[in-house]
Design a protein around this ligand. Structure first.
Ligand code: C2E
Ligand code: CA
Ligand code: CA
Length: 718
């Protein structure tokens, strides 16, 4: 008995204290429990425990005071801090205790996970793994038979594919659109029944089987993702959804120890290729502590993963000790707020402050922000209101087996007209002022097809209303007279080559009177739910033929409208100039190029760079710098056309994609810019460098074009 580990627990809650004592006792630890500080300090002196479990928040005396006192007494025991308060507070307490010279084994957030308690105590060599896994089972399934999970058990589980996956959806907070799924591992043991990942993941790590588990998860997840679209029955009702399912992401959890396995990720890359999945649809989730364990080698590995195209997410953020500097340096694309804050957001002001701070931090670093553990509508609404990008939690859906996912997808669609109208109204887009984002597309459509009229029309309950219109002054017409209400009946392009010959339309007032429609082609645009809200349509006063190829091009243009409707507008806009930012430009430019190439329109990419902008900023101050940038962006807007893509690409770099340009066009545009620049009063004198390039190959990427344009710019400079 003299060699037994001694554990002393101070907790004002009887049940908690007793439970911890029982677990420890069953694991062969000599545990004693007290519920008030005086008895506690007495026991420290008399009994000299090896471990202390300390509740941080107790009436009468708080844990921090207790720690100060322990430090004063020169206590050598290993201390485990426990409490129901948020992880950050626990961490702060742990740090402050360490600074007091106390020995901190770790923190145990309540409701505590048995795995965590096990990990903390098993840091002590006196406890073997047998008793620690025993703790796990004892706590989660107290009446379960006491069969040990051995390495062989886990091996054969992997071998026999007993470890399967469930999938939890992740949605775009602002639009409610499905963004992707997180794959979560599940194990049904033939005798023990379901074993939770909190238990078998640490075991797999311990037994050196984690890489095999990770690989199995990756392969299952990829196969599932690749086949998901085909799972929906072949009805045009699902066309839109099926398309979305080819874009959504899959998040996979990666254990710290798997991170060093270069071959594993090499193979992952190959799986992606063989299954036709772009690597950028995969997000690897790493916990904060895992990525920060060894920041130097992490930087190396993570950078290589990013270069392969995979996305990286920092999981359980707020529970570790990462410094801002490390976070900024490591190439993450997403920051995932730990659920301990999110689950308590409704009750705790402290949690809300932490959440808001993490979101601001993430956005400041250009990361997507994601919250998990959303258990109420109220919390979802709160997250939306503070600009969180992505949301996951029971309030949206629980993790689901593959079959259940399909049912969930089917039911989440609003098919009825009332659902359609609800989707339309919830966009808050009706009767709003014109918007450059849509005007660009209608102008582009008019150019692509050389039609006098192009419209983005929304079909409301008893009217159609034009969010964007080229070549026509009216803003709405009655619904019964509208062509578009016919076009939204099906998910195909509706073509009326000559309205005067079509029995449905020949007596239509829009045909008989202004605007005297003869030709019509309309393609539905969709809400995130898949509802057809209206159309992008082309109108001519002459009859016209419309080829299959034309239909394809129109469908692409309508897809651009879909994307704008669901795009994360704020994340794609530069707040200073109101232009697109880099992300906004990149997501739109490639499809614009493709479209123009399809119809043989030339495109030109311009780069502009303000000369010595940094020096200007330093000399005149940031406010003057901002004014200069705004002024320059105005210049660009006046010079280029409404169908061009204009963006602030970086601090003082601007990029423009000009469509439908003739061979002399680029130089003409630059001349025009020079003239406009010369004409405005030079309140903030600045000069700029310019470079441009035309589309050379049909599969030119934006990056290649940007590179050529910048080479051109440097040649011009010299
Ligand atoms: P995690 O990565 O933080 O995963 C999220 C956990 O939160 C999941 O628990 C999920 O079911 C749960 N959750 C989601 N929404 C809510 C909610 O609204 N309320 C509450 N209370 N919980 C919610 P799960 O599936 O038990 O997984 C636990 C942990 O096990 C995961 O935490 C992850 O760290 C680990 N894990 C699961 N699958 C894998 C895997 O394939 N590989 C690795 N390395 N770890 C995995
Ligand atoms: Ca995760
Ligand atoms: Ca998490």
């Amino acid at each position: 008995m003299a060699t037994m580990t001694r554990l002393l627990i101070l907790d004002d809650d009887l049940l908690t204290g007793q439970t911890i004592a029982n677990i420890a006792a069953l694991a062969g630890v000599d545990a004693q429990y007290v519920n008030e500080p005086q008895a506690f300090f007495q026991r420290i002196k008399d009994w000299q425990p090896d471990f202390i479990v300390l509740d941080l928040v107790m009436p009468g005396m708080d844990g921090v005071q207790v720690m100060v006192e322990l430090a004063r007494l020169g206590c050598h025991a290993e201390i485990i801090i426990s409490s129901g308060v948020g992880g950050r507070v626990l961490d702060a307490a742990a740090r402050s205790a360490s600074e007091h010279g106390l020995n901190i084994a770790g923190v145990l957030a309540k409701p505590f996970s048995p795995a965590r308690l096990r990990a903390l105590i098993s840091g002590n060599a006196k406890m073997d793994t047998l008793s620690t896994t025993f703790i796990d089972r004892l706590v989660t399934t107290p009446t379960e038979s006491k069969i040990e999970i051995s390495r062989d058990d886990l091996m054969s589980a992997l071998h026999n594919e007993q470890i399967t996956l469930v999938y939890q959806p992740k949605i775009n907070c602002r639009t409610g659109l499905l963004a992707g799924f997180e794959a979560l591992a599940r194990w049904t043991h033939p005798v023990l029944g379901p074993v939770g990942p909190d238990q078998f993941i640490p075991l797999a790590e311990h037994y050196g089987l984690i890489d095999r588990l990770t690989e199995s998860v990756m392969v299952q997840g990829l196969r599932w993702l690749a086949h998901l679209p085909q799972q929906l029955e072949d009805s045009s009702d699902f066309d839109y959804l099926r398309r979305r399912l080819r874009e959504i992401t899959l998040s996979i959890n990666i254990s710290a120890s798997s991170l060093n396995n270069v071959e594993l990720f090499e193979r992952m890359n190959e799986y992606c290729q063989s299954m036709g999945i772009r690597p950028d649809r995969l997000i690897f989730e790493l916990t904060e502590s895992c990525a920060m364990e060894d920041p130097i080698s992490s930087l190396n590995i993570l950078t290589r993963l990013r270069m392969k195209g995979f996305h990286l997410s920092i999981d359980d953020f707020g529970t570790g000790y990462s410094s801002m500097l490390q976070l900024a340096r490591l190439p993450f694309s997403e920051i995932k707020i730990d659920k301990s804050f999110v689950m308590t957001a409704a009750q705790s002001k402290e949690s809300r402050t932490v959440i808001k701070t993490i979101i601001d931090l993430g956005h400041g670093l250009g990361l997507y922000t994601s919250a998990e553990g959303i258990e109420s509508e109220e919390t979802l609404e709160y997250l939306r209101s503070i600009g969180c990008d992505l949301a996951q939690g029971y309030a949206i859906a629980r993790p689901m087996a593959p079959d259940a996912v399909i049912d969930w997808l089917r039911n989440s669609r609003l098919k009825s007209e009332s659902g359609r109208l609800q989707a339309l109204r919830s966009l808050n887009i009706l009767d709003t002022p014109p918007d450059e984002r849509f005007d660009r597309i209608t102008r582009l459509a008019a150019r692509l097809f050389r039609v006098p009229i192009a419209l983005f029309s929304l079909v409301d309950s008893d009217r159609q209303w034009f969010k964007s219109a080229v070549g026509i002054d009216i803003t709405e017409t009655p619904r019964d007279a509208s062509f578009c209400s016919h076009a939204i009946e099906h998910d195909t392009v509706m073509v009326v080559p000559d309205a005067t010959l079509d029995p449905r339309f020949k007596n239509n007032p829009l045909v008989l009177q202004e605007p005297k429609i003869r030709f019509y082609a309309g393609c539905p645009v969709h809400a995130d739910t898949g509802s057809r809200l209206g159309t992008l349509c082309l109108i001519d006063r002459e009859p016209r033929e419309f080829s299959r190829h034309d239909e394809t091009v129109l469908r692409y243009a309508a897809r651009m409208v879909d994307n704008e409707l669901t795009a994360d507008f704020l994340a794609h806009t530069d707040p200073l100039t109101g232009m697109l930012n880099r992300r906004g430009f990149d997501t739109r430019a490639q499809e614009a190029i493709m479209l123009c190439h399809d119809v043989n329109l030339q495109v030109c990419l311009f780069l502009f760079d303000l000369v010595n902008f940094k020096a200007f900023n330093e000399r005149h101050g940031p406010a003057a710098g901002d004014r200069a940038l705004v002024e320059f962006s105005r210049l660009l807007r006046e010079t280029f056309r409404g169908s061009d893509l204009i963006a602030r690409y970086d601090d003082d770099d601007f990029v423009i994609l000009m469509v439908d340009i003739d061979p002399l066009g680029p130089e003409t545009a630059l001349k025009r810019l020079r003239a406009v620049a010369g004409a405005i009063t030079q309140e903030h004198p600045f000069s700029y460098n310019a470079g441009w390039t035309l589309l050379e190959h049909p599969d030119d990427s934006i990056q290649q074009m940007a590179l050529r344009a910048s080479e051109h710019m440097h040649r011009e400079k010299e």
